[in-house]
Design a protein around this ligand. Structure first.
Ligand code: PLP
Length: 424
């Protein structure tokens, strides 16, 4: 058998370690809009968007055009060496989108930018402590593995991680059975206990939060919780970091999720959808803090690559030019269709989310998290041409992450596949 008769999955398995795991065994050769084309010749409706990355659809023509033009002009200048127009333009734009008085530092990935955020918080406050949340996901480097608390498998055999990191509770009333108000109280109490028993608040540099938990289960916290965190941070001089790596760039129907809560973080971390697939991440923070991050105390070779910056400017232009609006409209339509489905599927316990960041949680007849049903649905849907991802610490949530370009017809197509998969 020649190599060519083997699937990409089989060839990859021979030369790649199992650690590079994937949600599917699908090999793809092309992407356009909401669709991917498999090496099997089949067309797949992609409601995973490369895990919330291709927010304006695969190979959007404007992104392609701007990236190509930038390739013809300059591929790498080196942000440790020179300045170039798209790099500065994108920083200006991100500052403007976050209300001004911010400064921007570019890196390459989500984990890298979260590393930068905690380094900056420590540098500026001269405090050692960081508080994260249970069920959170912040990345896979050693420091961000420490911040992550959604699965002990991510830490197993890597322990001996970053010191002085503590974990508070994140509101999930569906699980605790408490009212929203009581749940907020319970979670804030867990923070008070950290301050009381483990680390004094004046030793805490930052609290890092996903404004909607991604990997943890597409969980939207009550506004009162986020507002209270802002107040507590202000009270104790703690910096509030929002990890918007998954929630940013139109995913929730607004450019950033903080706008839903009307609570501004001191530090915002962005990646994934920022450049529709080109590796880029950005740390956006209060200018007075950034001004204290002294030259040479953080860095990296590739941050703010010109092609990625050009792509990102195109993404922002598209989102502002109508795609944010489409995400709101299509998100509402999708939710409505899912709720109609829920009426006939008693194992759907909850449908939640913001914009096009939608989670559907499944339970068994006796009320337990139903990971088996979710896994079966994901598999069946893929056979029928729909790519879906799961999330949740019990793996019993389907997460829908279509691009902001998605149409009603594409949502209808997905719903038909979901319905027939569930029926089987
Ligand atoms: N933070 C959040 C909320 C994420 O969802 C992810 C990735 O899934 C990361 C951080 C890590 O980003 P990256 O995989 O680019 O390092």
């Amino acid at each position: 058998m020649t190599t060519q008769t083997k699937s990409l999955f089989e060839r990859a398995n021979a030369v790649m370690p199992p650690v590079a795991s994937r949600a599917t065994t699908l090999g793809v050769v092309k992407g356009e809009g909401s669709y991917l084309w498999g090496e099997d010749g089949k067309k797949y409706l992609d409601f995973a968007s490369g895990v919330a990355v291709t927010n304006v659809g695969h190979n959007h023509p404007l992104v392609v055009e701007r990236a190509k033009a930038q390739i013809d002009t300059l591929i790498h200048g080196g942000h440790n060496v020179v300045y170039y127009p798209v790099y500065v333009e994108l920083a200006e734009k991100l500052n403007e989108l976050n209300g001004g008085n911010c400064k921007v530092y570019f890196s390459n990935s989500g984990a890298e930018v979260n590393e930068g955020a905690i380094k900056m918080a420590k540098k500026v406050t001269k405090r050692p402590g960081i508080i994260s949340f249970k069920r959170s996901f912040h990345g896979r480097t050693l420091a961000t593995t420490t911040l992550t608390a959604s699965n002990s498998q991510y830490r197993k055999d890597y322990e001996g991680l970053l010191p002085s990191v503590y974990y508070a509770e994140y509101p999930y009333a569906l699980r605790t059975g408490l009212s929203e108000e009581e749940e907020v109280k319970r979670c804030l109490h867990s923070l008070e206990e950290i301050f009381r028993f483990l680390i004094a608040p004046d030793q805490v540099a930052a609290i890092i939060l996903e404004p909607v938990q991604g990997e943890g289960g597409y969980i939207v916290p009550p506004k009162a919780f986020v507002e209270e965190l802002r107040r507590i941070c202000d009270q104790h001089g703690i910096l509030l970091i929002f990890d918007e790596i998954q929630t940013g760039f139109g995913r929730t129907g607004k450019m950033f999720a903080w706008q839903h809560f009307d609570v501004k973080p001191d530090i915002l971390t962005l990646a994934k959808g920022i450049a529709n697939g080109f590796p880029l991440s950005a740390l956006v923070a209060r200018a007075d803090l950034m001004d204290q991050w002294t030259a040479g105390t953080h860095g990296g070779t590739y941050g703010g690559n010109p092609v990625a910056c050009a792509a990102s400017l195109a993404v922002i232009e598209l989102l502002e030019g109508g795609l944010l609006e489409n995400a709101v409209k299509m998100g509402a339509y999708f939710m409505e269709e899912l709720r109609k489905l829920q009426a006939n599927v008693p194992t759907i316990k909850d449908i939640r989310g913001l914009g096009l960041m939608i989670g559907v949680e499944f339970i068994t007849a006796d009320g337990k998290p139903d990971a088996a049903a979710v896994s079966a649905l994901q598999k069946k849907a893929l056979e029928k041409g729909l790519i879906l991802l799961t999330c949740g610490t019990d793996k019993n949530v389907i997460r829908f992450i279509p691009p902001t370009t998605v149409t009603k017809a594409e949502i209808d197509e997905a719903m038909a596949i979901i319905k027939s998969s569930l029926a089987e």
